[in-house]
Ligand binder design. Structure first.
Ligand code: HAM
Length: 407
């Protein structure tokens, strides 16, 4: 039987692959304008990194990790997300000890053994940013504006939801009240029953409609925020208002990863069906310290590239470049040399098989080029190239050097 890609893993073929590259280039340019620099971290990391950051009680770590013991006996896993690896790199290279602000962007494959469905893959790609060393809500504002700039650049429509998850100071009191509330609830789903003791806040993110219904009545974290968290969340809203960003405060937005503190946000698209989150992010002011680094405030987000590509219209198919071929075997060398010179400045397709003019023109049309450049018997003898401009619908002959000249 033919071998196929694994379930939930997708090839990205042309023309989508061209859109993928364009997205990376333009998102990178926008992130650079906001002061972010490129970072690349390994896809494979020690499993402990994700256990201690994303959290043992999260679905991602509890159910979805591609985790195995390598040949050296190390417990490793394919990264399910990008933040933990960047934090590990920050600490390992002692950037947390240097002080100041460090801002990084990255992109690449992430792996989660989820149940595949539309918009939910087991290998998917993220474009992410992480900012370290700045606790001000202006950084939260800039990060949200960066995500918005990328979505706006590609004319993607979205709704933005924000929430504050508080800091350890305010979360303690809230957790107690939430646990008391959860204990009063009967018939919660098994996940929520388990989580109400170990990780009660994550129950609010449960997808079970019956649980969701009950949580409408749950105590809200916004009523428990300490003065500083309240002030910062209010300031963030002022910043977003000032910049004309539309958003909704959603007190049930808790995110699926355990490292978040204070600001959490998601950009959602109404055009994607059930898997509507296109960007997820937030603050994680305690993560650097909890992984052994110097206490460093941090905030970031990640965009799901496959979901974004569903929302970007295909680019206009403009005819560009050259198709070069020969009518007879004798002309193929000349055609190859011409193609090699043209490639210095234009996208060029070289056709190795000599064939009739009609067949070449069909090939040129299929390749969506602007010019067909053909070497026939007469052209070979006189050092010419026969050209058809497929846009202007003109035909003419020119000396080879004139066509190939670098403009
Ligand atoms: P996340 O919300 O788990 O956050 O993922 C971010 C985005 O990745 C989602 O909004 C979605 O677009 C995409 N995504 C997630 N899972 C899948 C999947 N199975 N198939 C396709 N796309 C998916 C994080 O990963 C955090 N590291 C974001 C962050 C960075 N927070 C702070 N810094």
């Amino acid at each position: 039987m033919a071998i196929k890609a694994l379930r939930g893993m997708k090839d990205i073929l042309p023309p989508t692959s061209a859109q993928y590259l364009t997205f990376l280039q333009e998102a990178s340019t926008i992130a650079s304008r906001f002061g972010f620099e490129y970072i690349e971290t390994p896809i494979l990391e020690e499993s402990a990194l994700f256990l201690r950051s994303v959290g043992e009680e999260s679905d991602i770590v509890g159910k979805e990790m591609y985790r195995f013991i390598d040949k050296g006996g190390h417990d490793v896993c394919l990264r399910p997300e990008g933040t933990a690896g960047v934090v590990r790199a920050l600490i390992e290279h002692r950037l947390d000890r240097q002080g100041g602000v460090h801002r990084f962007f990255y992109h690449g494959p992430m792996f989660r053994y989820e149940r595949p469905q539309k918009g939910r893959l087991r290998q998917f790609h993220q474009f992410g940013v992480e900012s370290f060393g700045e606790a001000s809500p202006y950084e939260d504002g800039a990060i949200i504006l960066l995500a918005k700039s990328i979505l706006d650049h590609f004319s993607i429509e979205y709704t933005l939801k924000i929430n504050s998850l508080g800091c350890p100071k305010c979360i303690g009191g809230y957790r107690e009240r939430l646990v008391a509330f959860l204990r009063e609830q009967e018939g919660l789903c098994p996940d929520c029953q388990r989580r109400r003791e170990h990780n009660p806040i994550r129950t609010l993110d449960c997808k079970d409609p019956a649980c969701q219904e009950r949580y409408q009545e749950a105590p809200k974290i916004s009523d428990f925020l300490c003065d500083q968290c309240h002030q910062d969340f209010t300031k963030l809203q002022e910043i977003l208002n000032q910049e004309g960003v539309a958003y909704e405060v959603d007190p049930t937005l808790v995110r699926g990863l355990d490292y978040y503190t204070k600001t959490a946000f998601e950009f959602l698209s109404g055009a994607l069906g059930a898997q509507s989150a296109i960007v997820g992010g937030g603050r994680y002011d305690n993560l650097v310290a909890s992984l052994g680094g110097r206490p460093t405030p941090a905030i970031g987000f990640a965009i799901g590239i496959e979901r974004i590509l569903e929302l970007i219209p295909p680019p206009a198919q403009e005819r560009t470049g050259y198709y070069v071929g020969a009518l007879l075997p004798d002309g193929v060398d000349r055609a190859f040399h011409l193609a090699q010179r043209l490639r210095q400045r234009e996208p060029t397709h070289f056709e190795a098989a000599p064939k009739s003019l009609k067949a070449h023109l069909k090939g040129a049309d299929r390749r969506n080029v602007r010019y067909a450049a053909i070497i026939g018997e007469e052209e070979l003898a006189k050092g010419l190239v026969w050209i058809k401009d497929l846009v202007a619908k003109r035909e003419y002959s020119l000396p080879v050097d004139e066509v190939a000249e670098v403009r």
